[in-house]
Design a protein. Structure first.
Length: 75
């Protein structure tokens, strides 16, 4: 079965089943993430949160972000 077909089947599951599946998949790969990568992502998340808290960035809704991304792709 192709990964696309598998994804289609997974997305057709009920939300609870998808959550369980996602958790099991994450558990199967989590130990492959290096400590350096995990630390870098944590530092990036903290930097972004600090920017939001200190009003250094203008937050927009997810809908607006999607619209902006779609518009940029149309150009």
């Amino acid at each position: 079965m192709s990964s696309v077909a598998l994804l289609d089947k997974a997305l057709a599951l009920e939300i609870d089943e998808r959550a369980i599946l996602a958790h099991k998949i994450w558990d199967s790969i989590e130990h492959f993430i290096s400590d350096e990568v995990e630390e870098a992502w944590l530092a990036e998340a903290e930097r972004r949160w600090r920017e939001i808290e200190e009003n250094e960035v203008n937050c927009i809704s997810a809908d607006e972000a999607i619209n902006q991304a779609r518009n940029s792709l149309r150009k």
